[in-house]
Design a protein around this ligand. Structure first.
Ligand SMILES: [Zn+2]
Length: 215
């Protein structure tokens, strides 16, 4: 076959395909179903030869069928909830700066909604706000360390709910005390914290836990 003949044949094939698109696709699909291994090999060869082509094709399909694409994404998410969540988490860990940018952008776009959500969260979790305020205040004073509400819960549980100093039952009402006061170089890490009754916390003032217990 000469080059001219080859070009002519390719053009004829193309014309046939364009006129009988559905038939060709159906036949190709039937062949692929009947020959799964060979179809997979062809698919792999094509993928190696045209990296990214599948992505472009999928992207085009999504653009043409936005509703169906959204529904498919939703179905995929519901079927693979954990995998999707894990992948998202890994991505966020790998791209902290991008995450911050997204968060800032989202916040600027939805200020009222974000503030309302934050207010709702603070009202439902008062201990979170207290911890947050304590961390912020001490960080501004240049004190190292920070803690979270679950640290306080663990410390409270490890003291069996009793005041660290006088062992009176706290019944959930207590103050978080820095055993080595921050004014004397104590940190804000959980290891320097204890739960104390209001009377002990006030009486201790700027003494260390050791000095207060010895007095
Ligand atoms: Zn006490």
């Amino acid at each position: 076959m000469t080059d001219a003949q080859r070009v002519k044949q390719a053009a004829a094939c193309r014309r046939y395909y364009e006129r009988n698109r559905a038939v060709v696709h159906a036949r190709a699909k039937a062949w692929a179903l009947a020959n799964p291994e060979r179809a997979a090999a062809i698919h792999a060869r094509h993928k190696a030869k045209h990296p990214g082509a599948a992505n472009i094709k999928a992207q085009r399909w999504r653009e043409r069928h936005p509703g169906a694409a959204q529904a498919a994404a939703r179905r995929h998410y519901l079927r693979n909830r954990e995998v999707v969540a894990a992948r998202g988490k890994a991505w966020r860990l790998a791209h902290p700066e991008k995450c911050r940018q997204y968060t800032r952008k989202y916040y600027r776009k939805n200020v009222a909604k974000c503030n309302a959500a934050k207010l709702r969260y603070c009202q439902a979790h008062p201990e979170w706000l207290r911890v947050q305020n304590r961390n912020l205040k001490l960080r501004r004073r240049g004190v190292t360390g920070q803690h979270r509400p679950h640290h306080i819960r663990l410390i409270y549980a490890s003291q069996n709910g009793l005041c660290y100093y006088c062992t009176v039952p706290l019944l959930g009402v207590f103050q978080v005390d820095h055993m080595v006061p921050v004014a004397r170089g104590g940190t804000n890490w959980p290891s320097n914290l204890c739960c104390a009754c209001g009377a002990c916390n006030q009486a201790k003032r700027t003494r260390t836990a050791e000095e207060f217990l010895a007095a």
